[in-house]
Design a protein around this ligand. Structure first.
Ligand SMILES: [Fe+2]
Length: 367
């Protein structure tokens, strides 16, 4: 019988970058000539957003944001170390990294071998870190060793296909050397203090960006550069919950200690058209977070893809997969969670931990 730890965390904004750069996406949006002046007028912004922006375009608030995020990562890392997993599986979005014009799978298991990854040599662009200094002062020759677990990944793909989950799989990167940003950043932030990461990793990329994955290259584009033709959608949220449930069943049938990690921020300003791509939809995030903290998985299952797209919550599909897994295991509420609200750093961030064990419906709820 396998043991399973569930964790939710994020991989953006680039904690890898400096505080000065943390609000760069909002600064870029404010420079877009097609964004109307009334939306750019700080007087029209919510009070909390004006406070964060302050008199230095968010540079002071970035320090506090970083401190709270690093504390969240430290808490998650402590949960991970206490659990001491045999393998860590990460659900993350592929933003036009390996999923490109030649094939867009709905999701995939990456059965990669051990890898040596140079975070600043050839993949910085995928995190918006091009030519920007990193917080660790590491150079292009810096490398990290990431252990793979191809045998477990191959078995997992088999178990999912046996359950009718039509998952793709890969033994090596297609376009993007090493790990795409969602996985690399997760590892960098879980090892923020640079003590090493001793657990084998299986990346499980999801097509979260759907209609925007090729058309917008899964990232921020100015209003004038938005193409008229969008791509087909991602699968609906409920389907990701089914995938998560199937992964949980497969892990429970194994004899392994498996950490399941959902990695993403919540509503993204750059994907939220109703705010002119300047503000995330914090109200929607609060609603979904309340349902998570209260174990209302039906609220999650009823969420439509259109609602997620309207709120710029495409990356939340990573968390839908985790929610499905935790529901399958009877983990009705997180044992710990926190909501770090932000307007000017593109998104709010959530951290959550579901410890292994029997159904925890009666345990105290989130903070
Ligand atoms: Fe992402």
């Amino acid at each position: 019988m396998g043991e399973i730890l569930g964790l939710g965390l994020t991989h953006y904004p680039p904690l890898s970058g400096l505080d000065d750069d943390m609000a760069w996406l909002l600064r870029q949006g404010l420079a877009d000539p097609l964004v109307p002046e009334h939306a750019k007028d700080t007087g029209s912004w919510p009070e909390r957003m004006r406070e964060e922006w302050g008199s230095d375009e968010g540079r002071s608030a970035a320090k506090t944001h970083r401190e709270r995020l690093v504390a969240g990562f430290d808490r998650c890392r402590a949960e991970l170390d206490a659990f001491n997993p045999d393998v860590v599986l990460i659900w993350g979005d592929d933003q036009y990294e390996n999923f490109r014009e030649d094939v867009i799978p709905p999701y995939a298991v990456l059965a990669y071998p051990d890898m040596t990854i140079k975070p600043w040599a050839n993949m910085a662009h995928s995190s918006g870190m091009d030519d920007r200094p990193n917080i660790w002062n590491e150079g292009p020759d810096t490398s990290i060793e990431v252990m793979g677990s191809p045998d477990v990944a191959r078995r997992l793909a088999t178990q999912l296909l046996d359950q009718g989950i039509d998952v793709a799989y890969a033994y090596k990167p297609l376009h993007h050397d090493g790990f795409a940003h969602a996985f690399l950043n997760t590892l960098l932030y879980l090892d923020y203090h640079r003590r090493g990461f001793p657990y084998p990793v299986i990346a499980f990329p999801l097509n979260c960006y759907g209609k925007l994955v090729v058309s917008n290259k899964g990232f921020a584009v100015s209003l004038g550069d938005t193409p008229a033709e969008l791509d087909p959608p991602s699968p609906p949220p409920w389907r990701f919950m089914e995938v998560g449930r199937a992964v949980a069943r497969a892990c429970a049938e194994s004899d392994l200690r498996v950490a399941l990690i959902a990695s993403s921020s919540w509503s993204h300003a750059f994907a939220c058209d109703k705010t002119w791509r300047l503000q995330p939809d914090i109200a929607a995030d609060r609603e979904v977070y309340a349902a998570l903290a209260n174990g209302q998985y039906d609220v999650w299952r009823d969420r439509s893809l259109a609602q997620l797209e309207d709120s710029g919550q495409q990356e939340l599909l990573n968390w839908f997969t985790l929610a499905g897994a935790m529901e399958e295991l009877g983990r009705m509420k997180p044992d710990w969670s926190m909501f770090e609200e932000s307007y000017v750093f593109n998104s709010s961030k959530v951290f959550a931990a579901y410890r292994p064990g029997p159904s925890n419906v009666e345990r105290p709820s989130a903070e």
